[in-house]
Structures are given as structure tokens and as C-alpha cells.
Write a protein that binds this ligand. Structure first.
Ligand code: ATP
Length: 466
């Protein structure tokens, strides 16, 4: 994707850039913002849409046995009881006695080099907290005196359908993960979509979690978006499917998105939840270090079995060839749009030194992800013939992809603006265009310029972006 070693990308620079160029804004900023909630600006909206499209293409379009789903954010409260979220979907929360910051104790321990995770019991995590009291520091004030950790449930409650104000009634939650919508629709899909095991259901949608720490920009949001695929297989086929999906998901990052291999790695879970058979995360090297980007998990038959028990509905599958009956096992792949957005920005961002004291900021985005594919400029805005021809070129190209028309300032500045937002190609219409019908096509990464017949532009650009 780019030449620069991005380990040098600073989070502050990236956050400021994302705001300045209209990629990401803090939510409700005119009121001081809302912690861990962010909005996508004009270019951010386009980039996020292209990220979703790339995932959808890789998962659904290229797999005839994977079908899409769009389930609701609200689900029957029993779903979250059956899935175990009401009881167990929690992170260990403690308070710094000095500055009263709420902290995630597993993260504090990890930062001090001690292995811990959110699946540990209160006793286990508090024992570690006491044992390593000297090493553990509050990220806000540096203090080292904390209250005992308590499991804090991450589900976000709503008052949907509660017209009585009776708060002891079971609340309706905003979904904490999108995959539950897939499990509860598994039978509907099986009965209507002409699929047979092995098959997958893929879904992109919002999820909500009362995350304890509100740091690290869009890496950890309280309202975020997931892209999840649940692959239903025969019990004895699960581990093969697991390895197959691990390989495919790796290639999605290295080949489809062009991430450099040194920036991603596998992390195998040491501490599996009791029902899981295997779990790996793909970690990305964010500006704050390697962190989870995607999870690939072999979940066994836990999810369908739980919903079968709680709903009383038969969710078994009968193999049409062998007649064998079983509850399908599941391989899950799950990645957040927002985390992938941050990874893509980190991977693509460069403050390039052009020599002679000149620099440019450039986003080396793959063509498929670039918010704007082509920018079209008339060389001068006060020459009606040039503007009319440039409008004509813009009209032809924008029928195919997102383009921008810019006639403001000198061409060099216009190139820089497009470099910053990752536009792969700029087209300039000049006086020669009026004579011989050719335009200047300029490449974002090499900055090389060539003359191309305007009539060939659409095909030339399409081939290169593909
Ligand atoms: P973490 O350990 O970082 O909290 P997790 O293991 O709880 O993540 P999962 O429940 O496995 O995450 O969710 C699958 C994916 O959804 C994650 O790999 C991540 O890309 C994304 N995701 C999870 N929580 C958030 C969040 N709060 N903000 C943004 N993306 C998230």
C-alpha cells in the first residue's frame, strides 16, 4: 500500500487529520462531545461504506453459500438471557482511589506486563491486582491504589416498550453483538434461502456496549458497527472450516486490503470460554501497539443449543444425503467497521518528505476503499471552454464512481487536497484538451503525469482501480 513504515504514525496526528479532513468527528461536539461516541464526516462516510462493501464482496458475493441478513438492533430480552450476556457479558471494573477514574483491570494488568483477561472471575483478577499492586498504574493520574474489581455488565439497556415505568421489568437491550440476530434467524434462513450445511449468514450492523474506558479514538466505541459471518457446519467439519476461514481472513487483509504483513499477526486465545473449541484474533499494529482487529472462533454448537433450550424450538439440521440429525457447529468471523477504519487509516497515512523542505500528507488507500476515485480539474476557472469540457469529463466519470470537481486554487494545491483524502487519480483539463482531446492523468502515489485521451479515461481508470 505504501512505502513509509507506519510504526511512526502518531495517534494525535491521525485523530487531528481525521477531523480536519472530514473523516471522523466527536459526537455532539458543540455540546462538548459524548465519550466513546463518534460520527463519520463526508469522507469518513464514504470510506466506511467502501470498507463494508469490500467485506461484503469478500464474504457474500464471492461465496455462493453465504447469504446476507439484516436483523434488528432490538431483540426479545430472552435472547440475551439464553446467550449468557445478562449474566456474563462483563469487564472487570475498579476505581482509582486517588482520581476516581473508572478503569478496566485486565487492561491495567496487561499494561503492566501481567497476563489477564475479562473472562477471569472477580477473585482471580483481584488476586492478580493485589499481587502486582506495585506495577499497576492508573492511566489518568499514575496512582496505584484501587478499589476491588467488580464484574461490570456491558449490555446497554433501553426502556423500549416499558410504558409503566416499572424498572424491575426485564429491560429490552440494544444488541451487544450482531451475531445473536443471526442465530435466532438461522432456521428462517435455512427454510427459505435454499442453503444446505455448510453455509454462512453474514451481517453488518450496529452494536452497543457500555465500555468502561473511553480512550483510543474509534478503536473502542460505545456505539460501533460489526461485520460478522457465522458459518454453520457438521460437527466433524468444524476444525477444517476454522482453518479455512483463518486462511481466508488473513488473505483479506494482506491481499484484498494490501496490509503489510509486519503490521498484522495472529494471537491465539490462551483462556478459552468453556464452550469454544479454538479462538484466534487477528491483531493489527495500531499506533498504540498490536491490538485485536478481528476474531475467528470455533464456537461449537453452544449458540444454537442455548437458543434451542430457551425457546423450545427445534434448531437441529437433518442432512439431506445421510439423514443424520445434528445441531450445526459454528465458525465465526467478526470484525468491527470502526476498528478496520482505524487500521486502514493507520496503514495508509503518510507524511511524505518530498525534499527541499517540502512535505505532503497522503493516504495510500487501495482504489476500492478511496472515498473519491477521481478528481477532475479545469486548469483555470475563468475559462468557460475549459470549465465546460471539465464538467463534461466529470459527468461521464461520476456516472461510474464517486468523483470530485475542483476549480479552486492552483493545480498543485488541488493535487495536495486530493492526496490527503486518498484520491488515486486526478484529471486536469487544459488548453491542449481543447485541441486534441487528451487530458493529464496524475497518479497519487508516484505523482507521475501522463496524457490520456479523454474518451479512454473511464476504461483506463476503471482498470487501474480494480
Ligand atoms: P475487546 O477485547 O477489544 O473488547 P472483544 O473481544 O470484546 O474486543 P468481540 O466481542 O469479539 O470483541 O467483537 C468482535 C469485533 O468487534 C472485535 O474484534 C472488534 O473489531 C469489534 N469491536 C468489539 N468491541 C468494539 C468496540 N467497543 N468498539 C469498536 N469495535 C469493537
Amino acid at each position: 500500500m505504501q512505502t513509509q513504515q507506519h510504526a511512526t504514525v502518531q495517534m494525535d496526528a491521525l485523530t487531528a487529520f481525521a477531523k480536519r479532513r472530514g473523516f471522523v468527528f466527536p459526537s455532539s461536539e458543540i455540546y462538548g462531545g459524548l465519550a466513546a461516541v463518534y460520527d463519520y464526516g463526508p469522507y469518513g462516510t464514504l470510506l466506511a461504506r467502501n470498507i463494508r462493501d469490500a467485506w461484503f464482496r469478500a464474504m457474500v458475493q464471492l461465496h455462493p453459500n453465504i447469504v446476507p441478513l439484516d436483523s434488528s438492533i432490538f431483540m426479545a430480552p430472552q435472547v440475551w438471557e439464553a446467550s449468557g450476556h445478562v449474566k456474563n457479558f462483563s469487564d472487570p471494573l475498579a476505581e482509582c482511589k486517588q482520581c476516581h477514574a473508572r478503569v478496566r483491570v485486565d487492561h491495567l494488568l496487561e499494561a503492566a506486563g501481567v497476563f489477564a483477561d475479562e473472562k477471569m472471575s472477580d477473585e482471580e483478577i483481584n488476586a492478580l491486582l493485589r499481587e502486582h499492586a506495585d506495577a499497576v498504574r492508573c492511566p489518568q493520574c499514575g496512582g496505584s491504589d484501587f478499589t476491588d474489581a467488580k464484574a461490570f455488565n456491558l449490555l446497554v439497556q433501553s426502556n423500549l416498550g416499558n410504558f409503566t415505568g416499572n424498572w424491575s421489568a426485564q429491560p429490552t437491550y440494544l444488541r451487544g453483538e450482531t451475531c445473536q440476530g443471526i442465530y435466532v434467524n438461522y432456521k428462517n434462513v435455512l427454510d427459505t434461502a435454499r442453503v444446505k450445511v455448510p453455509f454462512g449468514i453474514a451481517q453488518i450492523g450496529k452494536a452497543f456496549r457500555n465500555e468502561i474506558t473511553a480512550r483510543q479514538f474509534i478503536f473502542r466505541k460505545r456505539e460501533f458497527e460489526q461485520m460478522e459471518m457465522q458459518y454453520f457446519v457438521a460437527p466433524d467439519a468444524m476444525m477444517d472450516a476454522y482453518e479455512e476461514w483463518r486462511a481466508k481472513r488473513w488473505r483479506f487483509y494482506t491481499e484484498t486490503l494490501g496490509f503489510r504483513e509486519e503490521n498484522i499477526r495472529w494471537h491465539e486465545h490462551e483462556n478459552l470460554v468453556f464452550y469454544a473449541k479454538a479462538a484466534h484474533d487477528i491483531e493489527y499494529r495500531f499506533p498504540f501497539g498490536f491490538k485485536e482487529l478481528e476474531g475467528v472462533h470455533a464456537r461449537g454448537d453452544y449458540d444454537l443449543t442455548q437458543h434451542m433450550k430457551a425457546s423450545g424450538k427445534d434448531l437441529t439440521y437433518r442432512d439431506p444425503h445421510t439423514g443424520q440429525k445434528y445441531v450445526p457447529h459454528i465458525v465465526e468471523t467478526s470484525v468491527g467497521v470502526d476498528r478496520l477504519f482505524l487500521a486502514v487509516l493507520t496503514e495508509a497515512y503518510e507524511e511524505e518528505n518530498l525534499g527541499d523542505g517540502k512535505t505532503r500528507t497522503v493516504l495510500h488507500l487501495p482504489g476500492a476503499l478511496a472515498p473519491i476515485k477521481v478528481a477532475v480539474f479545469p486548469l483555470m476557472k475563468n475559462k468557460p471552454d475549459l470549465v465546460a469540457k471539465a464538467r463534461e469529463v466529470f459527468g461521464a466519470l461520476s456516472a461510474q464512481y464517486m468523483c470530485e470537481f475542483d476549480d479552486n486554487g492552483n493545480v498543485g494545491k488541488r493535487y495536495r487536497r486530493q492526496d490527503e483524502i486518498g484520491t488515486p487519480y486526478c484529471v486536469t483539463v487544459d488548453f491542449q484538451t481543447l485541441e486534441d482531446g487528451t487530458v493529464t492523468l496524475r497518479d497519487r502515489d508516484t505523482m507521475a503525469q501522463e496524457r490520456v485521451p479523454a474518451s479512454d479515461l473511464a476504461a483506463t481508470v476503471a482498470a487501474r482501480i480494480a
